[in-house]
Design a protein around this ligand. Structure first.
Ligand code: PLP
Length: 367
């Protein structure tokens, strides 16, 4: 078995005929070439979840979720999404033959919405969903109820809704544990509702249960200031996450005003001696560009949030120079064309002849 299924002994048994897979998981863990030096983190690594079949870590979720839907003979895949879950579920639904209905966050990036539609899913955008706490809660509650009636659990990438799907996400931790077994590792994970960070934390703890010699890494939950439900609570020593009335961040995927998995995420970060980091949208956009320009890593803004957190932690002395630091780069840049427009300068790039083009190269090399 390959990819996430290599770790199937960690999960309840599934019949191989029910497996829905596109080769998800086993993503690269690459060392930094330039940014580690620039920010004085010599052992900086990027876990490139962009390498999954639909371009984000949510494929690990979707593979596991659809496998269980097929196992339970569900008639449809019903889900909510800010974009990546929807794209992943749409692809894996297509593969399994189940129709897919997705209630999506208001203002989800066109790249993600088109991707969902491109796999044949039906998308339904609900006003205020993902921005307003009350509307979002209503969507989650109503769909949960509706799903029960349809004998198909609503798929939301969080343990509080879809624990079976989330088991697949734990494989991120297993892969990091296998790749960096002995170092003192600090892992930075971006968070919206917290499910991803919780899955990584649970994965490390499960790995540590089986291999008592494994030195558990520290886990840090990173959130943008405009959606600080978990990270601030971690910093302030609170036990519970704080729901917010309205999500103010512009970072797609991390706009989750509700607590969802927040309380358990706080718990798991504490158990792993980690903490929380709060970062600014603008800094994240700059690092998204730096990852592309200086490392060749093309990610969506949410993917750069972990790096923003690691840099902040290094400046504060939470990360030492000798630490191995892993930033989880969660989603591909292709998914968010609007964020790309922010990254690239508008410049003349159409020439009437090759002569003009070569003159341009010489001039720019000289500068
Ligand atoms: C690219 C990306 N990164 C991170 C997250 C955060 O995941 P969670 O809401 O489980 O914290 C999401 C969620 O949609 C996402 O799409």
């Amino acid at each position: 078995m390959k990819g996430i299924w290599k770790y199937k002994e960690f999960w309840p048994e599934v019949d191989p005929v029910d497996l829905v897979t596109l080769g998800e998981g086993n993503t690269p863990l690459v060392p930094s070439v330039h940014l580690g030096k620039e920010f004085d983190i010599p052992n900086l690594y990027f876990k490139l979840e962009t390498g999954n079949p639909t371009g984000s870590y949510k494929d690990r979720f979707a593979a596991s979720a659809l496998t269980h839907l097929v196992k339970n003979r569900a008639r449809l895949c019903l889900a909510t999404s800010s974009g990546n879950t929807g794209a992943a579920l749409a692809a894996y639904s297509a593969r399994s033959g189940l129709p897919c209905f997705l209630v999506i966050v208001d203002g989800a990036p066109s790249g993600k919405v088109n991707q969902m539609k491109g796999y044949g899913a039906k998308t339904l955008m609900v006003q205020g969903f993902g921005i307003d706490e009350v509307v979002s809660e209503d969507v989650f509650r109503s769909l949960k109820q509706f799903g029960l009636g349809m004998k198909s659990e609503v798929q939301i990438s969080a343990y509080s809704y879809s624990p079976q799907g989330m088991m697949g996400v734990e494989s991120i931790a297993f892969e990091i544990a296998e790749a960096l077994p002995e170092n003192c590792v600090k892992v930075f994970s971006p968070a919206g509702g917290g499910g991803l960070t919780l899955a990584i934390g649970k994965g490390f703890l499960e790995w540590g249960e089986r291999d008592k010699s494994y030195r558990l890494p520290e886990l840090y939950c990173v959130q943008p200031e405009g959606n600080n439900t978990i990270a601030g609570a971690l910093i302030n020593g609170q036990e519970k996450a704080n729901p917010i009335k309205e999500s103010k961040t512009k970072i797609s995927g991390l706009q989750v005003p509700n607590v969802i998995d927040g309380n358990q995420t706080i718990e798991v970060c504490r158990r792993l001696n980690g903490g929380g980091e709060i970062v600014m949208d603008q800094q994240v956009f700059e690092l998204q560009k730096a990852l592309a320009f200086k490392e060749g890593i093309y990610c969506e803004p949410a993917g750069a949030v972990s790096l923003a957190g690691a840099i902040k932690a290094r400046k504060a002395g939470v990360v030492n120079k000798s630490d191995s630091v892993v930033c989880v780069i969660t989603g591909h840049g292709f998914k968010d064309p609007q964020s790309l427009q922010r990254m690239i300068k508008k410049e003349e790039d159409y020439f009437e002849s090759i002569d003009g083009a070569t003159k341009y190269i010489i001039k720019n090399l000289a500068n």
